[in-house]
Design a binder for this molecule. Structure first.
Ligand code: FAD
Length: 407
């Protein structure tokens, strides 16, 4: 048993355990994780790790010694299968029960499956875990033609790495542009052009209906409009599904994520949820509660929850921000830029010096998408965090001193 039992030893769970100890929590902390490896960072899986620039030990969130030194119990390769709220304990797949004082659901998300025939063929892969990244990296060594299903963050990061390694890469996407749910049409067009210059081909408006195989191995991806894209490697990158099953079965509210309030509490005062699995009210969102998938969100929610468990409760109010590396492009997003009703450009996308798109919603700055403009991203974060006024005209004016404005 533990005073604080954390389900999920990912970005959020590990940060919570560390923040509790840093903040002086003296009780027992137990981190439970299904994956066998020491907890690691996922972002490099589709970047430095995939391209061979980093290896698994460099991805670790903390060293092995950190857990022992901080008296953080770590149970890896252990899956929780049931929450027994009345008895305040969690049942593991092994049958063992763990008692808790406070239970934290930091269970993350899993890949959304592509529901078409052939999705289980050899050579059809996904990318969420280190094990999957390892398998994918190995395949990259021999594959010649890759088809990526889904032009989201992970699909495009993978496409950039695969193209740089000399593979023929086609990205098949149901919508009409890349990253339609995450960035403005302007940035989407720029990303598309950059990938095309690197040799990546796109098929938009294409719904995958079947993955064809030969002798159990993937051979091609087929779309509803009758096209056929030959492949010896297929990466499915069509988003994730939050791991909320345990919460739902325990009678907690779930709506594409475990529903929590501004203090990150579920309906049971002894159970909280943080990170990719949680849906929470966000003051930077258009209205309805959101579920975000980012390191920032996982880490900041962990810190917020740690503070509450240490007796310093405050509503979660951190500014969301994201990044993605795609070939030579570093995309950074401050705030929630989608949806927006007006977008203005700062800088020249053709000029090679990077640019930003400032996105406004209801007359207020909602988010800023920067491509190779790290300083502007930092300033944008400051402006959004402080809720400073900024007009579209100011944002678009290269003579307007953004740095002085951000203070
Ligand atoms: P996770 O990191 O998913 O951890 C949850 C853990 O809980 C998992 O290890 C899971 O096995 C475990 N678990 C689930 N259910 C159970 C159970 N019943 N019992 C025991 N254990 C369980 N974000 C960015 O901000 N920038 C990026 O550039 C970026 N790149 C990414 C690239 C890739 C390839 C991926 C996959 C993600 C990327 N992300 C990026 C997203 C980021 O990694 C996630 O938002 C972050 O990991 C969320 O942390 P989490 O702790 O909520 O969930």
């Amino acid at each position: 048993g533990a005073d604080v039992l954390i389900l999920g030893a990912g970005q959020a769970g590990v940060q919570l355990a560390a923040a509790l100890r840093e903040g002086g929590h003296d009780g027992r902390i137990l981190l439970l994780g299904e994956e066998p490896e020491l907890p690691y960072q996922r972002p490099p899986l589709s970047k430095a790790y995939l391209s061979g620039k980093a290896d698994a030990p460099q991805l670790r969130l903390r060293t092995d010694a950190f857990y022992a030194e901080n008296r953080i119990g770590l149970r890896l390769g252990a899956r929780a299968v049931r929450i027994e709220r009345a008895a305040r304990r969690v049942r593991l797949a092994s049958g063992e029960a763990l008692a808790y004082g406070h239970l934290v659901l930091a269970t993350g998300a899993r890949n959304r499956a592509l529901p078409v025939p052939g999705a289980a063929l050899d050579g059809v892969m996904q990318l969420r875990t280190l094990a999957e990244a390892e398998a994918l990296r190995r395949r990259l060594g021999t594959a010649r033609r890759a088809v990526v299903v889904g032009a989201g963050f992970i699909g495009l990061e993978f496409a950039a790495v695969a193209a740089a390694r000399g593979l023929e890469v086609t990205v098949v996407e149901a919508l009409d542009r890349p990253m339609a749910r995450s960035v403005s049409p302007l940035v989407a067009a720029h990303l598309r052009a950059a990938h095309e210059r690197a040799g990546v081909r796109f098929a938009f408006g294409a719904a995958v209906t079947r993955i064809a195989g030969e002798a159990g191995r993937v051979a091609a991806v087929e779309t509803a409009d009758g096209r056929r894209f030959p492949a010896d490697l297929v990466l499915i990158g069509i988003g994730v599904v939050p791991n909320a099953g345990l919460a739902a079965e325990a009678g907690l509210a779930v709506a594409d994520g475990i529903v929590v309030d501004a203090l990150l509490r579920t309906g049971d005062p002894a159970i909280s949820a943080i990170g990719d699995c949680a849906r929470f009210p966000c003051r930077f969102a258009a209205g309805a509660p959101v579920r975000l998938e980012s390191v920032q969100n996982a880490a900041d929610q962990a810190r917020c929850l740690a503070a509450r468990l240490l007796g310093r409760a405050a509503p979660y109010a951190a500014l969301p921000w994201f990044w993605s590396d795609q070939g030579a492009l570093r995309l950074q997003i401050a705030g929630l830029s989608v949806p927006h009703d007006r977008a203005v450009l700062r800088g020249d996308p053709a000029g090679g010096q990077g640019f930003s798109v400032f996105c406004f919603r209801g007359g207020r700055l909602a988010g800023v998408e920067s491509v190779n403009r790290p300083l502007e991203h930092v300033l944008a974060r400051r402006i959004l965090e402080r809720g400073l006024d900024l007009t579209p005209e100011q944002a678009a004016d290269p003579a307007f001193d953004l740095k002085a404005h951000a203070g």
